[in-house]
Design a protein around this ligand. Structure first.
Ligand code: NDP
Ligand code: HSE
Length: 437
């Protein structure tokens, strides 16, 4: 089995290392030796340390490598939309099996890859694209195909989980924690993709597509990152017996006419410390799957980093290599359900809102009136000393309000109106709350 490796960075170099260290075992498992026929990179002359590979294999011509007649499997660990899309479409149409970790591309235009795979009769595997080392996509696309999945909730970005865990546990600053996550090889080439939630949104789209048999793209996912989560938010969560996580939530629902829909969102949220996802720290990922017959399943493990991701890539390589030897191909994409994606405003959520207000009669009534006007029910109210409102507005108390479940649009409108009230010095924190009653 001859393999073209596109990319030899954090993940690619570990693919090379593992292939070298385990070549005999991999050959035995596949039933044929596995050989790297070429490695496409951007800079052939780059120092790659003691990587166990013949330097003559490096090339800056990925397309030339893919088109070679002796290539059976193309492994893409470069990332980004173009030129990766062109390479993979070319390989799949030519009937070569493709293994990729490129969630950005799968979420932007997975359809192009699936269509090319169907056209070329080739395999397209992408286990490493979501939650690193965790076997998650294969269970969704194979093991759970006899069941009906209702909801997927997870922590799917290692970098942001590393940052939030550090802010919570040690009080570390955002910038310092991001720098460490980048040094450890967790962050994307442009870490904005991590901290602004783009990476998690891409993974959410892939998960929702598989779970609900529907093509969901990154553009369908409501996305908020963690750049606005402050130390005060983290402390506020602690005071409530909660922690803050960047969650991806994909769920079935129904529209006003009763037609089945899906909603897919990524945003920071407070979850109770007793929730199993609360103890997922460092760069670990965890994903809860709720299925009709299976009930609750939880998948946990390393979601980022060279070696963990390479483990998932190699698992796929073994699978596609076996298929080729058997003259077989995995089942095609399953998108028959074609459910509509519901707008975020209709998603049912709960909010935790902190505001600095004037401490005088009638204030609580006025604040409660805003919630009532938007038909948002208040679950708890706590009043304490002010966090510090603007001078001259008499802000001298802090109100912390947690709501019951309501449509997100109603909650957002409530916050907008609160911000305009005279008696409100400032709305200091707005966070969604998940995983409670
Ligand atoms: P890196 O930036 O570390 O490596 C990218 C590699 O691609 C480098 O070897 C680079 O070459 C090569 N490359 C870049 N542009 C080109 C080009 N135009 N032509 C040929 N080669 C090119 O990325 P990662 O290894 O971190 O990530 C790779 C993929 O895996 C991405 O899709 C990422 O989202 C995904 N992924 C990453 C995880 C992680 O933890 N890092 C986890 C899960 C998925 P050179 O070496 O010469 O610079
Ligand atoms: N940057 C990604 C993360 C890599 O931090 O989760 C794994 O997909």
């Amino acid at each position: 089995m001859r393999l073209a490796l596109l990319g030899c960075g954090t993940v690619g170099s570990e693919v090379v290392r593992l292939l070298h260290e385990q070549s005999a075992d991999l050959a035995a498992r596949i039933g044929a030796p596995l050989e790297i026929a070429g490695i496409a990179v951007r800079r052939v002359g780059r120092d790659r340390g003691d990587l166990p590979v013949d330097p003559a294999l490096f090339t800056t011509d990925p397309l030339g490598l893919i088109k070679r007649d002796d290539i059976d499997v193309v492994v893409e660990v470069v990332g980004g939309i173009e030129p990766a899309r062109g390479w993979l479409v070319e390989a799949l149409r030519a009937g070569k099996s493709v293994v990729t970790a490129n969630k950005a591309l799968l979420a932007e235009d997975g359809a192009a890859l699936h269509d090319a795979a169907a056209e070329g009769g080739a395999d397209l595997y992408y286990e490493a694209s979501v939650a690193g080392a965790i076997p998650l996509l294969r269970p969704l696309r194979d093991s759970l195909h006899g069941d009906r999945i209702n909801r997927v909730t997870g922590i799917v970005n290692g970098t942001t989980n590393f940052i939030l865990s550090a802010m919570d546990a040690t009080g570390a600053g955002f910038a310092e924690a991001l720098e460490e996550a980048t040094e450890l090889g967790y962050a994307e080439a442009d870490p904005t993709a991590d901290v602004e939630g783009f990476d998690a949104a891409a993974k959410a789209a892939i998960l929702a597509s598989l779970a609900f048999h529907t093509r969901v793209t990154a553009a369908d996912v409501h996305r908020e990152g963690i750049t606005e989560v402050t130390a005060a938010d983290v402390a506020s969560a602690r005071a409530m017996g909660c922690t803050i996580k960047l969650l991806c939530i994909a769920a079935r629902g129904a529209d006003a006419a009763g037609r089945e829909t899906v909603s897919v969102r990524v945003h920071p949220a407070m979850i109770p410390l007793t929730h199993p996802l609360a103890s997922v720290g460092d760069a670990f990922n965890a994903v809860f799957v709720e299925a009709e017959a299976a009930g609750q399943l939880m998948f946990y493990g390393r979601g980022a980093g060279g070696a963990p991701t390479a483990s998932a890539v190699l698992g796929d390589v073994v699978a596609v290599a076996r298929n080729r030897l058997a003259g077989a191909r995995a089942a095609s994409e399953s998108a028959y359900a074609d459910l509509a994606v519901r707008p975020m405003g209709e998603a049912l959520t709960r909010y935790h809102i902190s505001l600095d207000v004037a401490d005088r009669p009638g204030v609580l009534e006025a604040v409660a009136g805003v919630f009532a006007r938007h038909e948002v029910s208040i679950a708890t109210v706590r009043q304490g000393p002010a966090g510090g409102g603007p001078a001259g507005r008499g802000s001298d108390a802090e109100l912390v309000i947690v709501t019951h479940v309501a449509p997100d649009a109603a909650l957002a409108a409530t916050v907008r109106e609160l911000r305009g009230l005279d008696i409100v010095g400032s709305v200091t924190s707005v966070l969604r709350v998940e995983g409670g009653q």
